[in-house]
Design a protein around this ligand. Structure first.
Ligand code: ZN
Ligand code: ZN
Length: 794
């Protein structure tokens, strides 16, 4: 039973992952409104849709059986272990988590949202415990509590939607922030913004009714009967629940939904509720299926939280990178290449400034930059494993009648580079960086501004190293992260994801790697400015543990950009090795040039991929668990050689995405070194155009992005335009300035200079701004004084 429920949940998850693009409500078919739709119509359908009473009949008929079943369960004493170590006594099939919560405190009784049993199973707080267990009582503040709270809110939204539209509900999952319900309206009608208010009114009515969430377990046949009028639920039941299996439905008020739960105890918990947007989608995210409508909402247990959230959304909308990107002419998209941004000159300046920073770090940290192909024969992807596991996300093409793929990542190409000749242990760690263009075939519905694109570049690098070098490499990466994010005024969180159930390699290798990573994490946490870390048990990739880095922007939003991933599998797939001792040198020399000879017995020159496919026994490479194919056999190590470990790492991640994050982080008010518009020279009149142009050229030679405003606009208008465009400095030049070889500087970030700037000697300004640029400083280069700072002239 649990299994079937899980599958239903997976569908929900799967759909959720496909597309939560912030698309405008695409009005697919401008058809007639649903009955009672839009502002003019009544709040809800009258009479109510027939399927509502049908579902209730089935529910009422079956619940007696279920309750009898529960009543017949044995009542025995059980012990309930709480988080603080104390033990409570209870009775099986009677004691409910809510009882324990109330016993602890009245306020916990009111705020507890859901229980978690034995650290894993989520449990309704009104559902009797069945056996002794470890009990956690989670509130909205807990991540899981939030999900349950929002998921329960989705039920109420579903209830309101049925009552207003007579729609067929599909799925209603919680998302990162809030929830949505997806549905098909009669005649393919679309939800409009004018429906939001009526839906909110219905929701608040159901909240006031304090509808209790009731759980009932049903068989597949019973479910099919209950949901006979809803083709989407029918599809999910038929597709995901095996014959003979049972799963749950939940009822609140007259509303019943197929769901594995759990939920809040009753609707009154949803103190405040708001609809935020609606959009169009496809059933199961497949464009060949019905077009559906999605309504997104948010809810909180406390009105204050709602007010804060709305303020946050306003602020975020102001900072939306798509809006600022347009205002500042940074980038655009064109329908002739969906998902591939056109980065305009000013946007390119920003990206270049970030790349320059990264490249500077590469020099300092001993990386080497490389350039690699964009498309490869499918054989490469077969060796790397992408052809089996990632092909759907790749763009493939035919070249000379053979299958090729555009690279979605750089690692396989880098493996070919490592393997290009014999490597010695002296060469490790070998750090190679690649700004190559990558393509991934994102579903068109998932594309969203710069944050989800098909064409992008990363500050990607791979470190080929020995096992004993892992810790030092990781330590350097933390320092790298701190340098970059510190400069940008962003903090970050670190999470170590450890060995999953299905993994490849030896447990001792994993233990070793995890130990090294946690040592490096501990060490970093203890340094000044270090960051504490958490463990994500069992969440590593099957080929190695990883460290997830979530950065936090100035609105407190988390973004996943940087990654650090250890990989034992890729070196194996490519048969990579290095000479671990000097003795191996001779042998290796003989073997040169390193054309894929199978060493031992060197029968014939075999293509490496064939070696991979047929050759000798694997070395501890089987995958525990299933899923990943087992037949694969790897090239054995040459005597005297060892396998390198690969560390995949990116600091900024995709530049496109990072660009978007920076736009929103700074709200378009770029710091000087990142700014695409650093200086605007404004002459007070046509008589000073020549001097203005001279000033522009001087600063341009100094490496700065500088413009002159020689338009026919009035002086105040020119200043205003410069301010709106977020120039860091506006230089006003008139008679005094021209004569004295000065500029009158207005600093965007210094209010005291807003209306009347400071006269600064041209040479001084050039030096100070040059220094500011080089040091990527944000300090005011011309701090105000009581009297205007005098240039030496006059
Ligand atoms: Zn539910
Ligand atoms: Zn990689």
């Amino acid at each position: 039973m649990e299994q079937a429920q899980e599958v239903v949940d997976d569908v929900v998850e799967g759909v959720k992952n496909v597309a939560i693009g912030d698309k405008k409500p695409k009005v697919k078919k401008e058809k007639k409104k649903a009955d009672g739709g839009a502002d003019a119509g009544p709040l809800e359908l009258d009479p109510e849709p027939k399927f509502i009473s049908h579902r209730l009949e089935v529910f009422d008929r079956l619940k007696a059986n279920y309750y009898a079943e529960i009543a017949a369960k044995p009542r025995e004493p059980i012990s309930i272990a709480l988080e603080n170590g104390s033990i409570k006594e209870g009775i099986s099939w009677e004691t409910k988590p809510i009882d324990i919560a109330k016993e602890i405190s009245t306020s916990l009784g009111k705020s507890v949202v859901v229980a978690r049993l034995n650290g894993e199973e989520m449990w309704d707080i009104m559902r009797p415990l069945e056996a002794s267990c470890k009990l956690e009582l989670l509130t909205f503040e807990h991540e899981e509590g939030k999900r349950v709270f929002w998921h329960s809110s989705a039920h109420i939204l579903g209830e309101a939607s049925e009552r207003r539209f007579g729609c067929s509900l599909c799925i209603g999952p919680p998302i990162e922030s809030g929830f949505y319900y997806e549905m098909g309206l009669p005649d393919g009608a679309a939800v409009t913004e004018s429906d939001w208010k009526p839906l909110e009114t219905l929701v608040s009515k159901f909240v006031k009714e304090k509808q209790v969430f009731e759980r009932l377990v049903l068989s597949k046949d019973e479910l099919l009967e209950m949901f006979k009028d809803n083709k989407y639920k029918q599809h999910i039941i038929k597709d995901k629940i095996k014959d003979g299996e049972r799963t749950t439905v939940y009822r609140n008020g007259p509303f019943i939904d197929l769901c594995r739960g759990p939920h809040v105890p009753d609707t009154s918990r949803i103190t405040t509720f708001a609809i935020l947007k609606n959009s169009a989608s496809y059933f199961l995210a497949n464009k060949d299926n019905d077009s559906l409508q999605r309504i997104y909402g948010i809810s909180f247990p406390d009105k204050k939280q709602m007010a804060e959230h709305k303020k946050f959304l306003e602020e975020a909308a102001q900072r939306d990178h798509r809006k600022i990107g347009k205002d500042q002419e940074l980038f655009f998209f064109h329908e002739l290449s969906p998902g591939s941004p056109f980065v305009m000159p000013h946007g390119t300046r920003v990206v270049n400034a970030i790349q320059a920073l990264i490249k500077e770090q590469y020099m300092e940290r001993d990386y080497n930059e490389v350039i690699t192909p964009n498309m490869y024969n499918a054989d490469l992807w077969k060796t790397s494993g992408h052809w089996d596991h990632y092909k759907d996300d790749m763009f493939t093409l035919k070249v000379d009648d053979q299958d090729f793929g555009l690279k979605p990542m750089n690692c396989p190409g880098h493996c070919l580079m490592f393997d290009h000749r014999i490597r010695s242990h002296h060469e490790l760690p070998w750090r190679i960086a690649d700004f190559g263009v990558l393509h991934r075939n994102e579903a068109s519905g998932a594309l969203s501004g710069l944050t989800r694109v098909r064409r992008f570049q990363q500050d990607d690098a791979h470190i080929f190293c020995r096992e004993d070098q892992i810790k030092d490499e990781i330590t350097d990466l933390f320092d790298f992260l701190q340098t970059v994010y510190g400069l940008l005024g962003m903090t970050f969180k670190l999470r170590l994801s450890t060995r999953p159930e299905k993994y490849m390699g030896e447990i001792k290798t994993w233990d070793m790697a995890e130990k090294k990573l946690s040592e490096a994490l501990d060490q970093f946490a203890a340094t000044p400015g270090g960051v504490p870390w958490e463990t994500n048990e069992g969440d590593g990739a099957f080929y190695g543990p990883k460290i997830d880095i979530a950065i936090r922007d100035c609105l407190g939003r988390e973004w996943q950009c940087a990654t650090i991933q250890l990989d034992f599998q890729l070196p194996l797939n490519f048969g990579l090795e290095y000479m671990s001792s000097e003795q191996a040198v001779k042998k290796a020399d003989e073997a040169k040039p390193r054309v894929k000879e199978a060493k031992k017995g060197a029968k014939k020159e075999t293509e490496k991929r064939d070696v991979v496919a047929e050759a000798a026994p694997a070395e501890g490479s089987e995958i525990k668990g299933s899923e990943v194919k087992k037949e694969r056999v790897y090239k054995p190590l040459t005597p005297g050689c060892a396998r390198p470990v690969v560390i995949h790492r990116a600091i900024a991640g995709s530049f496109e995405r990072f660009h978007a994050i920076l736009i929103e982080h700074y709200a378009g008010k770029w710091p000087f070194w990142l700014s695409p518009r650093q200086i605007l020279v404004v002459p007070v009149g046509p008589g000073f155009y020549a001097y203005a142009e001279e000033v522009r050229k001087i600063f341009k030679k100094g490496g700065m992005h500088v413009d002159t405003d020689l338009s026919g606009n009035t002086f105040p208008k020119k200043i205003r335009t410069g301010q709106l465009a977020q120039y860091n400095f506006i230089f006003v030049v008139g008679a005094t300035e021209a004569e004295g070889r000065q500029v009158n500087v207005r600093n965007r970030d210094d209010d005291t200079t807003k209306d009347r700037g400071q006269p600064i000697d041209l040479q001084v300004a050039l030096e100070k701004l040059g220094f500011m640029l080089k040091e990527r400083s944000s300090e005011n280069p011309f701090p105000g004084e009581a009297k205007p700072v005098a240039g030496k002239a006059e």
